[in-house]
Design a protein around this ligand. Structure first.
Ligand code: 5GP
Ligand code: ZN
Length: 106
């Protein structure tokens, strides 16, 4: 999708620090982290948010989120993770390409 920051990250037009990638999903560090290791998990294909995302793709995003969370939790300093997804302008969504935040707690 033209003018979508996260599509540009997926295509490599914008640099990011990737922490995971497979056929359908990528994860990268948030540029403005709420905590060390704060990352974003997105489908490679563009969907605006929870209201339009394809169900099978959503499952893949969730499984990746689980696996990345398990890896993050291996760090002895990390006591848990918050999973957050803002959907719609009223919910504070700023980037209209579906994403989940993983925010570690220490
Ligand atoms: P939300 O849409 O969930 O409210 O917030 C979007 C998130 O994307 C914010 O936490 C923001 O810091 C992050 N973000 C926005 N633009 C970029 C970017 O170009 N690169 C990266 N890595 N993160 C971004
Ligand atoms: Zn996009």
């Amino acid at each position: 999708m033209e003018n979508c920051i996260f599509c540009k990250i997926t295509s490599g037009q914008i640099d990011s620090t990737k922490v995971f990638e497979d056929e359908d999903v990528i994860a990268f560090l948030d540029v403005n982290p709420k905590a060390l290791g704060h990352c974003l998990i997105i489908p490679k294909k563009h969907f605006e948010n929870i209201f339009d995302i394809d169900q099978e793709i959503l499952k893949k995003v969730m499984v990746a989120t689980k696996n990345i969370s398990i890896n993050i939790k291996k760090s002895p300093d990390i006591t848990g993770v918050n999973l957050i997804s803002n959907n719609g302008q009223g919910a504070g969504q700023e980037v209209f390409h579906f994403h989940l935040h993983i925010i570690p707690s220490y």
